[in-house]
Design a protein around this ligand. Structure first.
Ligand SMILES: [Fe+2]
Length: 213
């Protein structure tokens, strides 16, 4: 499980395999004791772990007491060097703040500084299968530096889909959601799903194999 969002409190998590890559203004920094298996003893909360044939690289984009994130030269150098360690291993980069503008103006205003430099790092590492982010509370996808980049829906509220420059800061109680990523035969397939009680599931075919209209 990859948790990058700001509505997840470190205190509620059991020790990794649950890993948290993000942290913003309203959150306590995650308790290092819980994560000591993977987190550095000091400095930025980056880490890299192997998960079978896949590698996960988590990047700390947080700026204390600020909604937006940043990637300084030190963070980018860590990312570049860490990715260079295993150029033949398919890798997911996890980070809280997305490294692209979404068009939702009030969220872009608290977006990520250093996007262009991050994209340049991505262009050097074709083994990055995907960049997984949170922060925006709405499923969104694009490419950054030639790599797929996607924002997971929020398990709570969703930020209103309003692409007007003057759009207000607002959210909607759309169904909460999550992403499920499948790594199989060297291919990453990412599903967006919603949480809640829904009618079904219903079969497409009756017991005789006939399509039910
Ligand atoms: Fe956030």
């Amino acid at each position: 499980m990859c948790l990058t969002d700001d509505l997840v409190e470190a205190d509620s998590l059991t020790p990794p395999s649950v890993d948290r890559a993000g942290c913003v203004q309203r959150c306590k920094r995650p308790a290092r004791g819980i994560y000591e298996r993977v987190l550095p003893k000091q400095g930025f909360l980056h880490f890299a772990v192997e998960l079978g044939s896949l590698r996960l690289v988590a990047l700390d984009t947080a700026v204390p007491n600020q909604g937006g994130g940043a990637l300084c030269a030190e963070r980018l150098a860590w990312l570049d060097a860490t990715l260079a360690e295993t150029p033949d291993t398919p890798t997911l980069v996890m980070m809280h703040h997305p490294p692209f503008l979404t068009g939702i103006a009030h969220m872009d205003r608290i977006g990520l500084e250093g996007r262009e430099d991050f994209a340049a790092v991505m262009r050097r590492h074709a083994h990055v299968e995907a960049i997984l982010c949170g922060h925006v509370h709405r499923p969104t996808s694009t490419q950054v530096g030639g790599r797929p980049a996607m924002i997971c829906p929020s398990p709570a509220h969703q930020v209103a889909l309003d692409l007007r420059p003057e759009g207000p800061s607002a959210f909607r109680l759309e169904p909460p959601g999550y992403m499920q990523h499948r790594w199989h035969d060297g291919q990453l397939v990412s599903h967006v799903a919603v949480l809640g009680e829904w009618a079904g599931q219903f079969p497409f075919f009756d017991p005789d194999g006939n399509l039910i209209d």
